[in-house]
Design a protein around this ligand. Structure first.
Ligand code: BES
Ligand code: ZN
Length: 866
C-alpha cells in the first residue's frame, strides 16, 4: 500500500497497486459462522482455522465492526496480544496453526450502503463483492483466500426463510420465538461469494438433471406477490445450465441452486455460490409489468450469474485487478448464450451499441483505464464498461482467431488447469494458448493499454493486374501516465462485394466469401488477386475488434453496404457509419435517406427486429463522446433533430403503411413477436415526429388496448414526448394501474425523466415525488440514468448541480451509487464556454464536501481532466 502522491487528491484513501501484490500470510481452511439476527443488532461469531503460508503477521480485515471478544486457540486474548485499528485486527505472535474466534456486533438495520449484511424492504440479505465480507466479520477478505464455510443463521420466527450457501444440514427452534438453520458449502470459496438471507419469502421450485445425471433443486425466492413473475427466470436458468454443458462441457456442481430477489441492490445481480442474490429488476418479469428489453435482460443476467459458477467461482480471481478475468469472460459467455434468444446479428448490434455508447465514451474521458487497471483507490469504482465490455471483446477476439473448436480446447485446458484456484489474466491466456496450440500472448497488451484504437484504411483497385490492395493502419491514443502505446493484434473480418451485382466475391478456391485479416503492426498491406472489377469492401464484420474505424469510403459505398451486405450486423454498421458522418462531419443525409428508403421496407418484411435496429440513431451522449472540445449540446441536439425530422418526412408513407401492417396480437415471448413490437414502437415514434395526422390518436389507442408493457410504454412515450392532449391523463392512468409494482413505477419515473425537453424543474419535482426513494437504487437510477440522456438540460449549472447534490447526499448514504451518479459529469471539460467553466465550478463545489473513497476518487479524476 502506498499513500497517493498528491495529498489533496485522496490523502486519507491509499492507492493500491497491482505490482505490490503479495500472497496471503495465512490461509483459512474452514470458517464457522454463527449469525444471530435481532431487530436492533446482529451478533456474528466466527471461528477460523488458519495456517501460515508465508512469513508475516496474522492480519484480519474488518470495517464498522464492534469487537466484543477475540480468542486464540480457545482462550480469550489479552489486550496486549492483539492490535485493533480502524480496518484491521492483528493477532500478535500467532502460531503457524491456530484457531481464531471473534465475536462482533453489527447493525444491518442501519446499513444504507447495501454492502455486507443489510436490510432490503423487510428482509435481510448480503452483498460481499468485492469487499463487503469485512463488514460482517474479521477475515482475510481477499479473493485468493479460499475456505470451506459452515453457517448457522438464527432469527425471529417472523423470518421463516433462512438461507446460506451450500446444503441445509440442520434446522430447528430456539425457544418459542426464534429458529435457526445450519448450512454447509462443500466447495472452497473466497469470502466475496458468501451470502445469507433471512426473510418471509415465497419460493418457486423446479429441478434440472445435469449431464452427469445429478439432480439439482432449483429455487427462486421472492415476495409472495411476485412469485408468478419468476417463471421467465426459472426457464432461463435451466436453459443456461444446458447451454454451459453443451458449449463448454461444464456441469453444475452442488445439489441446489437458489436465487433470491431483493428490491434494494446496487448492481444487477450477484453470483454468490449456490445462492445468487438478484436485484428484482433482473429476475422478475411479466408481460404486463416488464418491457421486452427488461424481460431479455432478466434472461441474460440469469445466464451471466449462472456462468460465473465456472468462470468466477470455481476459478476465481487472484486479486481485484484481475476482475475482467471473471467479468469479461463471463460477459462473453452470456452474450454467446443470448445468440440463442434473438438473431445473432441483432444480439451483436445491441452489444456493440452499448460498447460504443458506454465503453468508448468511458475510454475517451478522464475515467479511461485499461481492462486490467494497475492501480485503484476504490475497487468499487472499477466495475466499469471497460472491465466488463472491453474485457468481453478481448476474449471474443481470441475466440474469433482460434475458431470454435480450438477455442473449446483452450477453455477446456483453462478449467482443467485452474479449477479450485485464484488466478490471473496470464493464466487464461496461457491456458488458451497451450490448449489450442496457438500462441495468444500478443493479446496481453490489450489488457494493460487504455484507449480505443483507431483503424484507418484505404483500398486501391488496379484493373490491369486485377488486384485489390487494402492498406490498414492502427493508432492508439496516448494517455497521460501510461507508456507509449504498442500496436495491438486486431482481427479484421472482411468481405468484398461486386458493385454491379451486389453479390459477395469468392475469396478463395473453397468458396469462402469472408476472411479474417490480422492487423498486428502499425501499418500493413493486404492484397487480393483475381478481382474482376472495383469491389466494395465491408470491414470489421461482426465488429471483430473493439476499435474505431476510419475507412475512406464514399458515402455512396456505405449506402451500397446498407442495401447489399448479407451480414446483418454490418448492414447496421454501414448505416451507423453514414449517420456518424452526417452528425459529426456535416455530410449531406441524402445517400443515407435513399438507402434507408429502399432497405427498410425490405428488411421490415423479413426481420422486423433488425429493421427496428436499422432505425437506431446515435444518441446525443454517443455523439458527445466523439467531440473533444467546444462541445455545444444545443447544436448537437439541433443537428440530430433535423436528421430525425428528415427521416420522418422521407419515409412518411412507410410509417403509415407499416403501422397498419403491425396490428396488436396476443403476447408471445419470441424473437419474432419482440421484433414486431420493437418495429411498431419505432414506427410510431417516427410517425408522431412526422406529424402524421392520426399518429397520436393511434398512440392513445395503442396505450388503451396494449397487451403488454412494451406496447403500453411505447405508446405513452409518444404521448408524453409530443404533448398529446391526453398525456397527463394517461400518465395518471399508468401510475394508478401499477401503483404497487415498483419496477413499473421505475419505468414511469424513467419515461418522464427521459423526455427530451424535460426541464430541471420537472426533474426536481419528480425527485420530490412521495415515491422517490434515495434508499432504493433502482428508483434513483430511474431518474439519474434517464435524465443523463438529455445533455442539453444536464449541461447547465442547474443540471450539473442536480447530479452534484445527489452525489453529495449519497456520499455517506450509499457511496457506490453516489460515485456512479457523479460520473455522469465526467466529460465536463469538452464543453464550450461558458458551460465548461460553469460546470467545473459545480464540480469544484464538491471539494471537501465528500469523504467516501468512492466519491472522492471519482471527484479527483474529474477534476484532473481538462
Ligand atoms: N459480480 C457482479 C456483480 C457485482 C459486482 C456486485 C460488483 C457487486 C459489486 C455480477 O456478476 C455482474 O456482473 N452483474 C452485472 C450484470 C451482468 C448481466 C453483466 C450487474 O450487476 O450489472
Ligand atoms: Zn459478473
Amino acid at each position: 500500500m502506498n499513500i497517493a502522491v498528491n495529498p489533496d487528491d485522496h490523502a486519507v484513501h491509499p492507492t493500491i497497486y497491482l505490482k505490490d501484490y503479495q500472497p496471503p500470510v495465512f490461509g483459512v481452511s474452514t470458517i464457522d459462522l454463527d449469525i444471530r439476527i435481532h431487530d436492533t443488532e446482529t451478533l456474528v461469531v466466527s471461528t477460523l482455522e488458519m495456517q501460515r503460508l508465508h512469513a508475516g503477521e496474522l492480519v484480519l480485515l474488518g470495517r464498522d465492526l464492534e469487537l466484543l471478544n477475540v480468542q486464540l486457540n480457545g482462550s480469550d486474548l489479552a489486550p496486549n496480544s492483539y492490535r485493533l485499528d480502524k480496518e484491521t485486527l492483528t493477532i500478535l505472535n500467532a502460531p503457524d496453526q491456530c484457531t481464531i474466534k471473534t465475536e462482533v456486533r453489527i447493525h444491518p438495520e442501519n446499513n444504507t450502503q447495501l454492502e455486507g449484511l443489510y436490510k432490503s424492504g423487510g428482509m435481510y440479505c448480503t452483498q460481499n463483492e468485492p469487499e463487503g465480507f469485512r463488514k460482517i466479520t474479521f477475515f482475510p477478505d481477499r479473493p485468493d483466500v479460499l475456505a470451506v464455510y459452515t453457517t448457522r443463521l438464527e432469527a425471529d420466527n417472523q423470518y421463516p426463510t433462512l438461507l446460506a450457501n451450500g446444503n441445509l444440514i440442520e434446522a430447528g427452534q430456539v425457544g418459542a420465538d426464534r429458529h435457526y438453520t445450519i448450512w454447509q458449502d462443500p466447495t472452497k470459496k473466497p469470502s466475496y461469494l458468501f451470502a445469507c438471507v433471512a426473510g418471509d419469502l415465497a419460493v418457486l421450485k423446479d429441478s434440472f438433471t445435469t449431464m452427469e445425471g445429478k439432480p439439482v433443486a432449483l429455487e427462486i425466492y421472492t415476495e409472495e406477490k411476485d412469485i408468478e413473475k419468476c417463471h421467465v427466470a426459472m426457464q432461463a436458468l435451466k436453459d443456461s445450465m444446458l447451454w454451459d454443458e453443451e458449449h463448454y462441457g461444464r456441469a453444475y456442481d452442488l445439489d441446489n441452486y437458489m436465487i433470491v430477489a431483493v428490491s434494494q441492490f446496487n448492481m444487477g445481480a450477484m453470483e454468490n455460490k449456490g445462492l445468487n442474490i438478484f436485484n428484482t429488476s433482473c429476475v422478475l418479469s411479466s408481460p404486463e409489468t416488464s418491457t421486452d428489453a427488461s424481460n431479455f435482460y432478466v434472461k441474460s443476467t440469469i445466464a451471466h450469474e449462472y456462468f460465473h459458477n465456472w468462470t468466477g467461482n470455481r476459478i476465481t480471481c487472484r486479486d481485484w485487478f484481475q476482475l475482467c478475468l471473471k467479468e469479461g469472460f463471463t460477459v462473453f459467455r452470456d452474450q454467446s448464450f443470448s445468440d440463442t434468444l434473438q438473431s445473432p446479428a441483432v444480439q451483436r448490434i445491441d452489444d456493440v451499441s452499448s460498447l460504443k455508447s458506454a465503453q468508448f465514451a468511458e475510454d475517451a474521458g478522464p475515467l479511461s483505464h485499461p481492462p486490467r487497471p494497475d492501480h485503484f483507490v476504490e475497487i468499487n469504482n472499477f466495475y466499469t464498461a471497460t472491465v466488463y465490455d472491453k474485457g468481453a471483446e478481448i476474449v471474443r477476439m481470441m475466440a474469433t482467431l482460434l475458431g470454435e473448436e480450438n477455442f473449446r480446447l483452450g477453455t477446456d485446458e483453462y478449467f482443467r488447469r485452474h479449477d479450485g484456484e485464484a488466478v490471473t489474466v496470464e493464466d487464461l491466456i496461457g491456458s488458451l494458448s497451450d490448449g489450442s496450440g496457438t500462441d495468444l500472448w500478443n493479446f496481453l497488451p490489450w489488457y494493460s493499454q487504455p484507449g480505443t484504437p483507431v483503424v484507418t484504411g484505404q483500398g486501391v483497385y488496379d484493373a490491369e493486374t486485377r488486384r485489390y490492395t487494402l492498406t490498414l493502419s492502427q493508432s492508439i491514443p496516448k494517455k497521460p501516465n501510461y507508456p507509449a502505446p504498442q500496436p495491438l493484434p486486431i482481427p479484421v473480418k472482411i468481405a468484398l462485394f461486386n458493385q454491379q451485382t451486389g453479390q459477395p466475391l469468392l475469396l478463395d478456391a473453397q468458396g469462402e466469401t469472408e476472411t479474417v485479416l490480422m492487423l498486428n503492426q502499425s501499418k500493413q498491406v493486404f492484397v487480393f488477386e483475381h478481382i474482376a472489377s472495383q469491389p466494395i469492401v465491408s470491414l470489421l464484420r461482426d465488429f471483430s475488434a473493439p476499435v474505431l474505424l476510419n475507412f475512406d469510403y464514399q458515402d455512396q459505398e456505405l449506402a451500397f453496404l446498407m442495401q447489399y451486405e448479407t451480414n446483418g450486423f454490418n448492414q447496421w454498421q454501414a448505416a451507423q457509419q453514414l449517420l456518424e458522418r452526417i452528425l459529426l462531419q456535416g455530410h449531406d443525409a441524402s445517400a443515407y435517406l435513399e438507402a434507408l428508403l429502399v432497405t427498410l421496407p425490405k428488411v421490415a418484411s423479413v426481420d422486423p427486429l433488425l429493421a427496428s435496429r436499422l432505425l437506431d440513431i446515435p444518441t446525443e451522449t454517443f455523439i458527445a463522446s466523439r467531440i473533444d472540445s467546444n462541445y455545444d449540446p444545443v447544436a448537437v441536439r439541433s443537428i440530430r433533430e433535423a436528421l430525425m425530422n428528415a427521416i420522418a418526412a422521407e419515409l412518411k408513407d412507410f410509417w403509415s403503411a407499416s403501422y397498419a401492417a403491425l396490428p396488436i396480437v396476443p403476447y408471445a415471448d419470441t424473437s419474432e413477436a419482440m421484433g414486431q413490437r420493437a418495429l411498431r414502437n419505432a414506427v410510431l415514434a417516427f410517425a408522431s415526429r412526422a406529424g402524421i395526422a392520426n399518429a397520436l390518436t393511434l398512440a392513445s389507442q395503442q396505450y388503451d388496448v396494449a397487451v403488454c408493457m412494451t406496447e403500453r410504454l411505447g405508446a405513452l412515450r409518444q404521448l408524453v414526448n409530443y404533448d398529446a392532449v391526453d398525456h397527463d391523463a394517461k400518465l395518471t392512468d399508468f401510475y394508478q394501474r401499477f401503483e404497487n409494482e415498483a419496477l413499473a413505477i421505475d419505468l414511469w419515473f424513467g419515461l418522464q425523466a427521459s423526455k427530451p425537453n424535460a426541464t430541471i424543474d420537472e426533474i426536481t419535482r419528480l425527485s420530490q415525488h412521495p415515491q422517490f426513494d434515495l434508499n432504493t437504487p433502482n428508483r434513483v437510477r430511474s431518474i439519474t440514468g434517464n435524465f443523463a440522456t438529455n445533455p442539453v438540460a444536464v449541461w447547465t449549472t442547474e443540471g450539473a448541480q442536480f447530479y452534484a447534490n445527489l452525489a453529495k447526499t449519497l456520499d455517506a448514504k450509499n457511496p457506490i451509487l453516489g460515485s456512479r451518479i457523479l460520473q455522469v459529469l465526467s466529460r465536463w471539460y469538452t464543453l464550450k464556454e461558458p458551460l465548461r467553466t460553469q460546470v467545473r465550478a459545480v464540480i469544484d463545489g464538491l471539494q471537501g464536501q465528500v469523504t467516501s473513497s468512492s466519491v472522492v476518487e471519482t471527484l479527483a479524476n474529474l477534476q484532473k481532466a481538462g
